[in-house]
Design a protein. Structure first.
Length: 175
C-alpha cells in the first residue's frame, strides 16, 4: 500500500487551492505524513520606474512579499493545528519561492525535499480538457516523478462525511 510521508501542496491563495489543502490535510492525518505548503510566484520584472529604484528597495520589497506569503501559509497551518490538535502544526513545513517558471520550481522543491505525493487544486473543471492541458497543475502532473492528485474546484462544493466543521469552513464546503 502506498503510504506518503511527505506531501507537497502548492498554494496560490486562490479558492481553487483550498480543496487541495483540505485533501492533503486529510491524507496527512491518515498516514501521519509531513505536509509542505509551498507558494511560488513569478520573479518580479523590472518595468517602468523600477530600474531607477535602488537594489536595496527592491530587496526590501521582496522580503516583505516573502514574509506576507509565509504569514498566509502559517494561517493555513494554524487552521490545521486547530482541527487536528498541535500535531498538525508540527507536521507542516512552510516555503516560499520566486521563479520564472512555477512548474519547474514546484518540481524542484518536490525533488529537493523528497516529497512522495503532490496534491494541488485546479482552476478548471473536468470539461475544459483543452485548457487544462496547458495549466500549471496539468504540467506538474505530466512531469512529476511522484504521484499527483489534482483536486477540482467542485470539491469545495461538497462536504464529505469525513470532513470536520473546521475543514469545511476552511474550504467553504456546504454543511
Amino acid at each position: 500500500m502506498f503510504c506518503p510521508t511527505r506531501i507537497l501542496v502548492p498554494v496560490d491563495f486562490t479558492d481553487s487551492a483550498m480543496p487541495a489543502v483540505v485533501c492533503a490535510h486529510d491524507i496527512a492525518r491518515a498516514f501521519g505524513s509531513r505536509v509542505h505548503l509551498l507558494h511560488v510566484t513569478a520573479r518580479p520584472t523590472l518595468r517602468g520606474s523600477a530600474p531607477m529604484l535602488p537594489a536595496t528597495d527592491l530587496d526590501d520589497g521582496a522580503d516583505e512579499w516573502r514574509q506576507d506569503a509565509l504569514d498566509q501559509l502559517a494561517l493555513l497551518s494554524l487552521d490545521w493545528s486547530r482541527s487536528d490538535g498541535l500535531h498538525g502544526r508540527q507536521r507542516t513545513t512552510l516555503a516560499v519561492r520566486s521563479a520564472a517558471d512555477p512548474v519547474a520550481a514546484i518540481l524542484a522543491y518536490a525533488h529537493e525535499e523528497g516529497c512522495d505525493l503532490i496534491v494541488m487544486g485546479t482552476h478548471l473543471g473536468p470539461t475544459a480538457s483543452g485548457v487544462l492541458h496547458k495549466s500549471t497543475a496539468e504540467r506538474v502532473r505530466r512531469h512529476a516523478t511522484c504521484p499527483v492528485v489534482l483536486v477540482p474546484p467542485a470539491a469545495a462544493q461538497l462536504r464529505p462525511a469525513w470532513m470536520s466543521d473546521a475543514e469545511a469552513s476552511l474550504c467553504g464546503a456546504a454543511s
